[in-house]
Design a protein around this ligand. Sequence first.
Ligand SMILES: Nc1ncnc2c1ncn2[C@@H]1O[C@H](COP(=O)(O)OP(=O)(O)OP(=O)(O)O)[C@@H](O)[C@H]1O
Ligand SMILES: [Mg+2]
Length: 366
Amino acid sequence: MPIIELNNISKSYDHHSNVIDDFNLSIEQGEFVVFLGPSGCGKSTTLRMIAGLETITNGDLMIKGKRQNDIPAKNRDIAMVFQSYALYPHMTVFDNIGFGLRVRKVKKTLIKEKVERAAALLNLTPYLKRKPKDLSGGQMQRVALGRALVRDTDIFLMDEPLSNLDAKLRSIMREELVQLHRKLGATTIFVTHDQTEAMTMGDKIVILNNGKVQQIGKPTEIYHYPKNLFVASFIGAPAMNLLALKKESTHFVFASDIVETPDFTKELDELILGIRPEDCHISTIEGYPFEITFIEEMGSDQFIHGISAGQKVIIREVPDKKFQIGEQVFFAINPRKISWFDKETGERLRLKMEKNQSEQLRVNHG
Ligand SMILES: Nc1ncnc2c1ncn2[C@@H]1O[C@H](COP(=O)(O)OP(=O)(O)OP(=O)(O)O)[C@@H](O)[C@H]1O
Ligand SMILES: [Mg+2]
């Protein structure tokens, strides 16, 4: 049985437009699920509905098989970590971590035991007597986590918990959180707008845009098989190249060249060819004409920006090749790595072969 289920969840503040629209998701025990999407897409709203801090306009929220819509936040078996750590400045680390327990009148000896256990897990033992102002950002973040840990729940909700940290500390905390998750095995929903966090931490990523779920899948699935143009351009830095192709009589053409296309399940006159920068390379002899307009040296590799048939293309190349701005070369693409999209709907195109295969599977498996 899934531990958390969102069934057709919608939210509107003004009863006209939905800020969350028909959200469906099923989370298994111990999964680390990431909500990823641009600012304002509804990540926090969804998390707050799960926590009980926001009412649910429509649909059912189930936790461990029980409907939660009318259960107040304090009675839901959940711990939440917020972006602002909201630590009490006048209290020590010990008191900050144990605060919720004290409010709930838990026995002093039990509070001490729980706080010390959480502090040990989070490497905070040496800092228990300090005040928040004498801690680093990462240590403050860990105190906020500690407060969630002592709640003795197996569900954690985290809303951009790392966004106040600098880049280096973020990557350290990323690793620490993943390790903590391995140790505790608690079901976690982690909200972020940082795709690196999503890709590296999530068992499963839910991509949201404008209150609508765009795709749910494993990080590699989402990276290699984006379901639509939004996901294709949102995941990956630099983004996937998206080239518009037009049909001329019987074939699709790019830069006056015929492009081999598979058989799609629908007839189209225009489509989008999606190819990642690392699945292209620059050639001096073959491919589509390409004028280099800009070079980004990253150290580990270089991103070559340019124009081909009036369209922008970015190519990832190894660092030791030398290129020049203004150079006229060619670029070739790995045909096995192409994603095809319907230009009109923005949806990933299904191939006839895929359809046959899935029908075959259905036949074989009843
Ligand atoms: N109390 C409210 N009344 C009306 N609209 C609201 C309210 N709270 C949030 N919204 C709207 O709901 C939408 C989703 O907001 P939400 O805070 O969930 O976005 P988010 O994905 O968490 O964004 P961010 O990455 O910036 O934190 C936004 O368009 C926001 O303006
Ligand atoms: Mg938010």
